[in-house]
Every structure is written in C-alpha cells, then in structure tokens.
Write a protein that binds this ligand. Structure first.
Ligand SMILES: NC(=O)C1=CN([C@@H]2O[C@H](COP(=O)(O)OP(=O)(O)OC[C@H]3O[C@@H](n4cnc5c(N)ncnc54)[C@H](OP(=O)(O)O)[C@@H]3O)[C@@H](O)[C@H]2O)[C@@H](O)CC1
Ligand SMILES: Nc1ncnc2c1ncn2[C@@H]1O[C@H](COP(=O)(O)OP(=O)(O)O)[C@@H](O)[C@H]1O
Ligand SMILES: [K+]
Length: 495
C-alpha cells in the first residue's frame, strides 16, 4: 500500500523525529536522497550545469545542501535566491564552500568573483542548465507561486533542462492536489518521508512528473491511518475472490445488472461484460436489452421481470444507459443488498432513498455527473477532486467512486480516501465506465465492501485499459476482454 499524509501530520511526525536526532540530520538525509536522484537523472555529474531555485524556507535549504553535494562531484552549481537575506544560511555556506555560486539578486554580496548579478544572468543560467532544482517552496507553501517565483518557473519550463522538484512542485497544494495559479512543472519530484496527497491527485499530480520517495526515517512516527491510500498489486490480490472446493455459482455471488434501454442497449452489454469478469458466480440481467445481452453473452441469466422479482441477487448495478427509468432505480435502491449506482441512475436516484439504505451503496460518477449532483461546475469538481468526492459521500451517506484522470474512492464514514494509480487516458472512451460498473458490482456480489470493491475494480479496470490499449486506441469491449489478464497479473504478484 502506498500512503500519503497531510502536511499537519507530516509536521507532527517531523517534530517527534527531530527531537531524537542531532540538529540538521533530517535535512541532510533529504539532501542526500535529492542529490542522488539528481545525479541519476544527469548521468554524468562532473561538468554538468545545475541551477538551484532557492526560496527562503527549508525547501530551499534542501536544494542548497544537495547542490553542495553535486558541486563536490564536479557539477557547476549556481543558486538563484528568491530572498537573499533569508536564504538558508548554513545551506548557502555549504554550497559556496563546495565551489557553488550565486546568480542574480544577492550575487554581489555572497557570490564572490564568479558571481553575476541581474535578471539576464539568471535567465541565461537557467536556459543553459542541464538540471534545474526547484527548492522554491515545499509543504510550507500557500496558493500559487508569487510573481517572482512564477517568472523563474516559466523560465525553467522554457529551458531544455530537466526539472527536479524538491518535496513538491512549488505552487501546488500538498494536501489536496489543487493548483491555484502558477506552479512549477517537474520531470521528477523527490519527496521526503511520505507521499503528500497532492502528489497523487490531479491536477497537481501532472505537475510532479514521476515521483521518488526518499526514506528519512519518518515512518515510525506516522499514524496508522493515512489521508490517502493507493493500493498496489499485493493489496488487490488479497481482496480478489477465489472460488474454493465448496463454491457454487450462488455462493460465489450473483450480480444483478439493471441497465440499458431501447436507445442504449450497448450499456447493458458492456456492464454485463465487466460483471462476467468480476468474480461473481452468475450475472443476472433485467431490462429492455435482454436480446442484445444474450446474443453477446449467452451465459447471462436474463429476466423479463423487474429487479424485485428477478430471483436471487447479492448485489445490484443500476443506471448505465438507463435513460429515464426512475422506477427501476427506486426498485433497486429498495433492495436490501449492496447497490452500485452509475450514469443515468445517479441523476434518477433519490438522495433520501440512498441515505435511508442500510446495505452498502457505491456511487460511481464521472466529474460531470458529480458536478450535476453537487450543483457546481465540472471544472470545479476537477480542480478539487478530494474535497468534492468527500462532500458527495457525506451528502449521500454512500461510498463514492469519482472517475477521471484521477479516480478517488471515499467512504461516507470518512477515513482514508483511496486513489487509483493504474488508469490511462486511453480509458476515456465511450462505454468504459459501463465496464467498470459491472466489474465493481460483481466484486460487491462476491462480498467485498463498497470501498474495496470500488478500489479493486478501478485498479483492474485501469490495468485492463493499459493492456487493451498498449499505446493505441481500444474500445470499451477490449477493456473488458483484458480484465482476466489484469486479474492474473495481480493474483500472481500476490503469491
Ligand atoms: N517535513 C520533513 O520531515 C522535512 C522537511 N524538509 C523540507 O522542509 C520543507 C518545509 O520547509 P518550511 O517549513 O521552511 O517551508 P517551505 O516549504 O520552505 O516554504 C516556506 C517558504 O515558502 C515561501 N512561500 C510560501 N508560499 C509561497 C508561494 N505561493 N510562492 C512563493 N513562495 C512561497 C515562504 O515565504 P514567506 O511567506 O515567508 O515570505 C517561505 O519562504 C519541506 O517541504 C522539505 O523540503 C526536509 O528538509 C527535511 C524533512
Ligand atoms: N484522462 C483519463 N485518465 C485515466 N482514466 C480516465 C481518463 N478519463 C476517463 N478515464 C476513465 O475512463 C472511464 C470512463 O468512464 P465514464 O466517464 O463513465 O465513461 P462512459 O460513460 O462512456 O462509460 C472511467 O473509468 C475513468 O476513470
Ligand atoms: K519545491
């Protein structure tokens, strides 16, 4: 399991750890990890040109100490100080001792003979650099970058240099993944002690590039419950149902799919295609698309009666392609088994009916559907996914899986939110959400909690999307067909 903790929790853990260590030890650990990552990216350190963007906090201190290490290995290191009089003094002294220099403001006072002052010198240094280290601001940041910092970030973006962010890309919100204004775009982010939620949630995630975690010994000080959890293969493998000797189709779980309409029969077919690959022993279909379903998947138990009379079902999926069939949605919500509500079903579901349910409910909106339920714009949801997925879960008293470039799953009870890391933009294809709903419903029917069913389904679906697409467009039915391959990969990693 990969976990991420809030800034407040990190600060508390940092204080506890610092109290047991010599002064400056943590920063040295951070700087050593940062310098190693920079060296890895540079390939050859000797003779390379490195520019440090240095704010006035400890984030700048990390950059300065790492710069000193690179300078000792023969890199030409220049520091740009955003606030020369407040730059980390010991870090700056270490850099200068190692042969580094200062460019721009403050160069005349601290840089010695090699110093060059002026904005032109700064720009030139950044544009000619092989590597830019962003130590402007880390977990002490508020809001987007200030204008002087934003100018440096723009210059770094223009340069051919690789950009390494220290702890976080400066300007992004560490706790939420929101980006309010300008921020640094990094190729690599080297983060310390633990991931921060913002590194795993878009839009901030997209600014971070790839992320490397440096162990500074913080683990023992962090609480058990994280702010955010990202399941890995082994975690998902533990969740996947495996039939035993005494299993039969009913004991494995029957998932009911109430989906599709005369206008959208394909949604029913796709939801069934996901459900058949999700571990339930049988898939039951009710709705007007029975012929389409049976002709594609003859193993489906098709019923022409409503959900209440369809026979034994351990979990329902309702909504994909449902059009305006509100009565079926209401009927399913009245069933005392886990229910997944997706697509049209989200709009048709009565909030009080959802809140009144005692069996688990899993809602699976994309950002547009979530926005409609919340009465805000799609952009608002996409800009602050963590806030809105929690809000929706709390308003409906349900587990909510918010789809998109970052998929988040939140329980109404609170606790750690799950983030799925396996997706690919190739999944943005019509009907792939229907496949996900069937898959998650099937996992619900085989006994997983709503949080686990949603997380495991998103994980497998993301992997299946990768396998199906493999760098080229794929249809939703290809994604469904690739689920068994994803399942086998995950299962094999769990042994
Ligand atoms: N936690 C750990 O275990 C460890 C933490 N470590 C490191 O410490 C870092 C935290 O250091 P920190 O607390 O000194 O704050 P930091 O991020 O440098 O920011 C403060 C500066 O940012 C400025 N500033 C603020 N907003 C801004 C904006 N929008 N745009 C521009 N500037 C802005 C603010 O300016 P001011 O408001 O004071 O004028 C102030 O100068 C952490 O991220 C990690 O790298 C490691 O060394 C070891 C282990
Ligand atoms: N940019 C993206 N990156 C990763 N996954 C994405 C992206 N866009 C969409 N997806 C995924 O693709 C699926 C699309 O579902 P949905 O929006 O419901 O489509 P549909 O309604 O056509 O079935 C979801 O699983 C979603 O998480
Ligand atoms: K930074």
């Amino acid at each position: 399991m990969r976990t991420a903790y809030s800034v407040e929790t990190v600060r508390t853990a940092e204080r506890a750890l610092m109290a047991r260590l010599p002064e400056g030890a943590l920063m040295q650990r951070a700087a050593a990890g940062l310098a190693a990552a920079c060296a890895g990216l540079l390939g050859r350190v000797y003779g390379s040109r490195v520019v440090l963007l240095v704010g006035s906090g400890d984030n700048g201190g990390d950059a300065l100490y790492a710069g000193a290490r690179l300078a000792r290995r023969g890199a030409g290191v220049a520091a740009v100080l955003l606030a020369p009089e407040r730059a980390h003094a010991a870090g700056l002294a270490a850099l200068l001792r190692a042969g580094g220099r200062v460019v721009g403001a403050g160069a005349d006072t601290v840089g010695g003979a090699a110093a060059a002052a002026g904005v032109g010198a700064v720009e030139e240094a950044i544009l000619r650099a092989d590597l830019v280290v962003d130590g402007i601001v880390g977990i002490g940041g508020k809001g987007g970058l200030r204008p002087d910092a934003a100018q440096l970030a723009a210059c770094a973006a223009e340069s051919r240099a690789a950009v390494v962010a220290v702890d976080l890309p400066s300007g992004v919100d560490a706790d939420t993944g929101e980006v309010h204004g300008d921020a640094v775009r990094a190729d690599l982010t080297v983060t310390f002690g633990t991931h921060k939620p913002g590194l795993l949630i878009d839009p901030a995630r997209a600014y971070a590039g790839s992320v490397r975690l440096v162990d500074i010994g913080l683990d023992g000080e962090l609480p058990d419950e994280a702010a955010l959890e990202a399941l890995q293969h082994a975690d998902v493998a533990r969740l996947l149902p495996v039939p035993g000797a005494e299993s039969d189709k009913y004991r494995r779980g029957v998932v009911g799919i109430a989906a599709g309409s005369a206008r959208y029969p394909g949604a029913a077919v796709l939801a069934v295609s996901g459900a058949l690959r999700g571990g339930a022993g049988a898939v039951r279909y009710v709705g007007p698309a029975g012929d389409a379903v049976i002709s594609r998947f003859p193993e489906t138990l098709v019923s022409d009666r409503g959900p209440k009379h369809a026979g034994r079902v351990q979990a329902w999926v309702v909504g994909p392609g449902a059009g305006d069939d509100a009565s079926t949605v209401a009927e399913v919500l009245a069933c005392d088994v886990p229910v997944l509500v997706d697509a049209d079903g989200l709009r048709l579901a009565d909030r009080d009916a959802v809140r009144a349910r005692t069996a688990p409910t899993l809602m699976t909106p994309h950002a547009g559907e979530a926005a409609a339920l919340l009465g805000v714009s799609r952009e608002t949801v996409e800009g602050a996914r963590l806030t809105w997925v929690r809000e929706l879960a709390s308003r409906y008293g349900a587990t909510v899986l918010l789809k998109g470039s970052t998929t988040l799953i939140a329980d109404a009870r609170g606790g750690a939110v799950r983030v799925n890391a396996t997706g690919t933009p190739w999944l943005a294809t019509a009907g792939s959400g229907d496949v996900l709903s069937g898959l998650a419903g099937s996992l619900l029917a085989s006994g997983l909690s709503a949080l686990d069913a949603g997380s495991a389904a998103a994980y497998l679906h993301g992997l299946a999307g990768r396998y199906a697409a493999d760098g080229a467009p794929a249809g939703a039915h290809d994604v469904a067909a690739a689920i068994p391959e994803a399942w086998r990969d995950v299962r094999d990693a769990g042994h």
